[in-house]
Design a protein around this ligand. Structure first.
Ligand code: SF4
Length: 419
């Protein structure tokens, strides 16, 4: 989405080609991630690949921006001197000026979504984070929490709707914090209500919600507003009081259990996606067993997990020894994900025979529709592969809602047929 905002301001001055075009370019702009070890390595590999392209003459100037260059701004230029310019995660205006473009933020509200199918777009409602989770480098990479004014988001969403977008995926570092800086109150529920009044928008999906002080009115929106997907992405990270306290998450196990039970009872059928960290300082065998038991009981339909990665400059790196051996972290990750595989598979199998409204994202090479229901978020969850009668104009359905009957399921994806 950050890249889309940048691209929207380049329009008119540049012809923008996707990476997949393979054509030679005057400028290659590379957005990087610097959150944890794996992401940093992936970004460095991508930069080195781009350097190779530059050496081969396929790239004129190479520009790197985003979190990695923000975080290592003093080291990176001397390590990879082939890069022509480095910009941080908040340096879009300097980057545009370097390219000879006058920044015009109003164009961001008229961006062309490129990341999902044509019926779906992300809407970034705020930037930065005021939490200080002990393991996380994001607050000092992305800065303090800044909400996007509601009228700007409504304008952006209306423009997206005019382009055919019917599903909005709300994202931020912490969506439930929306409004506190600008309006001195939590305003996510009000934003959702106003977005749902845009007639073409049929689905609103909430990602990256934070469990502490989860707003009651957001729960109410999820329970009563038919346009809000019965789906919530709520990274919990752990359940043990010891580990949650070390993580500085401002919640304990009892509150977390209470919140999950509220969500399950107030929003029947809700699908919960969460993220856990294994091997955090303070997690011994007992704490890990507590995590396993909680995940079994809560029955998260979707769960991702990471091994703790000590990040320099964080509270955790400065105050706790990274004392869980890497092989133990890996074993715990494998155990948690094996357990989750059984839970997710049972959930998917239980859906066979149901009829669902689905969004058509694309057409698969074999001539089937690639879809999602309100219970699958783009890019992170599985797909519903739907077969249609011969002669159906498959391409004409992309970006629309259709009805499908689920006929089969595996761990990640479902199969269905067009009704
Ligand atoms: S809420 Fe998320 S982004 Fe903010 S510090 Fe915690 S983990 Fe990092």
């Amino acid at each position: 989405m950050d890249t889309e905002h940048l691209l929207s301001q380049l329009g008119g001055d540049f012809i923008v080609l996707p990476e997949s075009s393979g054509d030679p370019v005057d400028y290659l702009l590379l957005n990087t991630c610097g959150f944890i070890g794996d992401a940093k390595q992936e970004s460095i590999d991508a930069i080195l690949e781009a350097v190779e392209l530059k050496k081969q003459g396929a790239v004129g100037k190479l520009v790197v921006f985003g979190c990695l260059s923000q975080r290592y701004s003093s080291e990176m230029p001397s390590l990879i001197p082939e890069v022509d310019a480095w910009f941080g995660a908040r340096d879009y205006d300097p980057l545009l000026r370097w390219l000879g473009v006058t920044p015009d933020h109003s164009k961001c509200r008229r961006r062309i979504p490129t990341e999902c199918g044509p019926g779906t777009a992300y809407l970034k409602i705020s930037e930065g984070c005021d939490r200080r989770c002990s393991y996380c480098a994001i607050p000092f990479i992305r800065g303090a929490h800044r909400s996007v004014p509601m009228e700007e988001l409504l304008e952006e969403a209306s423009n997206l709707a005019a382009l055919g977008v019917k599903e909005l995926v709300l994202i931020a570092q912490d969506t439930t914090y929306y409004g506190i800086d600008l309006y001195k109150r939590r305003a996510l529920a009000e934003l959702i209500q106003k977005l749902s009044e845009i007639p073409q928008i049929e689905w609103i999906r909430i990602h990256y919600s934070y469990p502490a002080d989860f707003p009651e009115d957001v729960l109410e929106q999820m329970a009563s507003n038919p346009k809000v997907c019965k789906y919530l992405d709520i990274p919990l990270q752990h359940i043990s009081d010891v580990v949650l306290s070390n993580m500085r998450r401002h919640v304990d196990g009892a509150w977390t259990r209470h919140l999950i039970s509220q969500l399950r009872s107030r929003v029947p059928g809700v699908v919960l996606r969460t993220t856990m960290i294994v091997g955090h300082p303070g997690e011994g065998p007992k704490e890990f067993e507590e995590l396993m038991a909680f995940c079994r009981e809560a029955g998260f339909e979707r769960l991702g997990a990471f091994m703790y990665s000590e990040e320099e400059g964080t509270f955790g790196a400065e105050h706790f020894p990274d004392d869980v051996p890497e092989e133990v972290k890996q074993q715990r990750l494998d155990l948690l994900m094996q357990q989750q595989a059984d839970i997710s598979l049972a959930y998917n199998k239980g859906r066979v025979g149901s009829e669902l409204k689905v969004m058509v994202d694309s057409v698969a090479p074999g001539g089937k529709l690639v879809c999602r229901s309100q219970f699958e978020s783009p890019e992170v969850d599985g797909e519903i592969i739907v077969s249609a009668p011969e002669g159906t104009d498959l391409q004409g359905l992309v970006g629309s809602f259709v009805s499908a009957r689920i006929t089969g399921a595996d761990l990640y994806d479902l199969e269905g047929e067009l009704i």
